[in-house]
Structure formats: C-alpha cells, structure tokens
Ligand binder design. Structure first.
Ligand SMILES: NC(=O)c1ccc[n+]([C@@H]2O[C@H](COP(=O)([O-])OP(=O)(O)OC[C@H]3O[C@@H](n4cnc5c(N)ncnc54)[C@H](OP(=O)(O)O)[C@@H]3O)[C@@H](O)[C@H]2O)c1
Length: 314
C-alpha cells in the first residue's frame, strides 16, 4: 500500500529531477550545439569586403598580436595599436612575411595616460579617417596580482587606466564609425575569468575586468538590433608576451583567438576555446586562492627586483 511518505518521496524526487534538468540541460545542449555542431563564424564573409579594416589594441604581443595576424590572414587591413613603435614595426614585418599582401598600419598610443583627454586618440582617429572600419578588438590590459594593503599605488592606477577605462573610451571613440558602416561590424573585448568570480590578490585587475563585463553586457543590450555585434570574451590562461609559463589550463595566443572568433556574431559572452570553457566554468575557490597567492608572490619578487634595477618592471 502506498503511504503518504512514499508519495511525498516520489514528488520530491520528481521536483529534484526537474530542477537538475532545468539547471543543467540547457547549458549542456548549448555546449554541444555551439562547440560541436554549429559551423564556426566565417569572419571575412560576415564583416569583410573590399577595404575592410580591423583595429586591435595591445597588438604588438600575445593575444593582440595573434588577433592582428589572424585578421590580416582573413583579408582585413589591420591597425595595430600599442606603446612601442619599434616593436610594432617589427611585428608588422612578421605579419607581412606570412601575408605579403596584408595592409598593416601602426599607431603609437599609451593608454596609461589621461584617458579622458580626446587628444590621446588623435593619432588613432587620424589613421581611421576614410577607412571602412569593420572590427574593433579591445585587447589591451595589464594583469597582475598583489596583497591589497601593500599594492603599489602606481600599479593600481596603471591597471585601472589601461584595463578598464581605456576600453570604455576606445569603444566610445570607435563605435560611432562602426554604427555608420553600411553592413555588419563587430566590437570585441578581451576580458578575464578573474572578472567573473572573486579572486583573492586579483582585486584590482579582476574588478577592472568586471567593469568591462558589465559594460559589455549593457552595450550588447543597448545596441541589439543594430549592425554591430558585441562579444565579451571571458579568457582563461593564455601563453603570451607577459605570461610565458603555461600549465595544463593554458592555450597559445593563436588558439585563444581562433577559439573566440568562431563565436563572433553568435554569442555576446563566450569562453572561447574549449579549454577555457572547461577551466573557467569548473574552478573552485581554493584554486583561485592558491593561484592568486602564488602569483602575488611572483609579482612581489619581480617588482622588488625591478626596484633594485635587476629586471624590467611589468
Ligand atoms: N595572458 C593571459 O593568460 C590572459 C588571461 C585572461 C585575459 N587576458 C587579457 O588579454 C589581454 C592581452 O593579454 P596578453 O597576456 O596577451 O598581453 P601581453 O602579451 O602582455 O601584451 C600586451 C600588449 O599590450 C600593449 N600595452 C601594454 N601596456 C600598454 C599601454 N599602456 N598602452 C598601449 N599598449 C599597451 C603591449 O605593447 P607595448 O608594451 O609595446 O605597449 C602589448 O602589445 C589583456 O587584456 C589581458 O588582461 C590575458
């Protein structure tokens, strides 16, 4: 005979199953669809065309350089922005060796300056005059970790300016041009897993990336239905100019870029590469604490050595 307890037990089991289904099944289905079944975006077909250009900030190294390379390979003219003109020129030559027809321009711009001064953008705005700008990649950013109570004040200022505010000013300067384009355009920002969850020792960098995440979500909503596709890339560990020691969780800069571009036009927020989907989605607080602490110790040593004139400051 069925008792009230049996009926209640069955009811709870059904509710539990429904909760699990509602919570996890859409994500799983989306994962299979997005990563395994849906064709990757053909970036040139969607945004390209004769004389189409892309702007990449922080383009002389790491992820930004990989964006410049990949987009030049797709056929876009590329405007590479960074602080060091000689390094930019060398990197431009590297791309031209592989893609001799690529049209690459370089713009020297230091984002660690007074970001609200429009004069900062004069060289970039001069360079884009008369060009069909199709894509903006907001890549520049400075990431480091430290105990908050002894964080060097200059480093805090630099992170906030270069990582958070430069992105919003660059977007404000370039978005009107993208919106006026007679066809599809894209605004992409390279964020970080540290901006999604609390990361001890990454309080400044992580919150700068959270600023980017919130702004990107708001902009995606504000301009939904326009010709501009917005995409915020929650990036995990990448081997790059300043981050050369990899782990099982890292991918190369080129893998990172190709992993992100496949979602452009489909997703407003992406982890990009499948390794980043798995590692950023499955992290645990103790891991974030341990990684933050160990990186904080590394930066502490590096900055002390830089103060003593033994290594270049980062
Ligand atoms: N690598 C990772 O594991 C990782 C993970 C998550 C998110 N990210 C994000 O991805 C982006 C790129 O990181 P990355 O590791 O590829 O960087 P990276 O290898 O250190 O390269 C940084 C680039 O930015 C330029 N840059 C630095 N400071 C600048 C300034 N004040 N003004 C103008 N340009 C400046 C550098 O060139 P110059 O020094 O010549 O100016 C270089 O081209 C950043 O936003 C970072 O936060 C990286």
């Amino acid at each position: 005979m069925t008792t009230i307890q049996d009926t209640l037990g069955c009811g709870l089991a059904v509710v539990g199953l429904l909760v699990v289904l509602v919570r996890y099944v859409p994500g799983l289905l989306h994962f299979f669809w997005a990563y395994l079944l849906r064709p990757r975006t053909n970036v040139w077909r969607r945004y390209g065309g004769p004389g189409a250009w892309a702007i990449v900030t922080g383009a002389s190294d790491g992820i930004g350089f990989a964006y410049a390379q990949v987009l030049a390979g797709e056929g876009f003219g590329v405007i590479m922005v960074a602080r060091n003109k000689e390094k930019l020129a060398t990197k431009r030559e590297e791309i031209i060796k592989v893609y001799p027809k690529a049209d690459i321009r370089i713009v020297k711009l230091d984002f660690n300056t007074e970001y609200s001064d429009p004069a900062l953008y004069t060289a970039l705005l001069d360079e884009i005059k008369g060009k069909d700008i199709a894509i903006l990649i907001n890549n520049v950013g400075i990431g480091n970790a430290h105990e908050f109570d002894t964080y060097p004040l200059g480093k805090i200022r630099e992170i906030v300016k270069v990582t958070a505010t430069s992105f919003i000013f660059t977007s404000r300067m370039i978005l009107p041009t993208l919106l006026k384009r007679g066809r599809k355009a894209a605004l992409v920002s390279i964020s970080s897993a540290t901006g999604m969850k609390p990361w001890p020792y990454f309080s400044i960098y992580g919150s700068s990336k959270s600023f980017m995440n919130t702004a990107m979500k708001s902009l995606s909503m504000e301009y939904r239905g326009s010709n501009v596709d917005f995409m915020d890339c929650i990036t995990g560990e990448v081997i790059s100019g300043t981050h050369q020691q990899g782990s099982v969780a890292s991918v190369s800069s080129e893998q990172c870029v190709r992993g992100q571009l496949r979602f452009l036009g489909y997703e407003e927020l992406t982890y990009g590469h499948i390794v980043h989907y798995l590692t950023c989605g499955l992290d645990f607080e103790f891991m974030r604490r341990a990684i933050g602490k160990s990186m904080s110790a590394d930066y502490d040593k590096m900055w002390k050595a830089a103060e003593a004139g033994k290594v270049e400051a980062k």
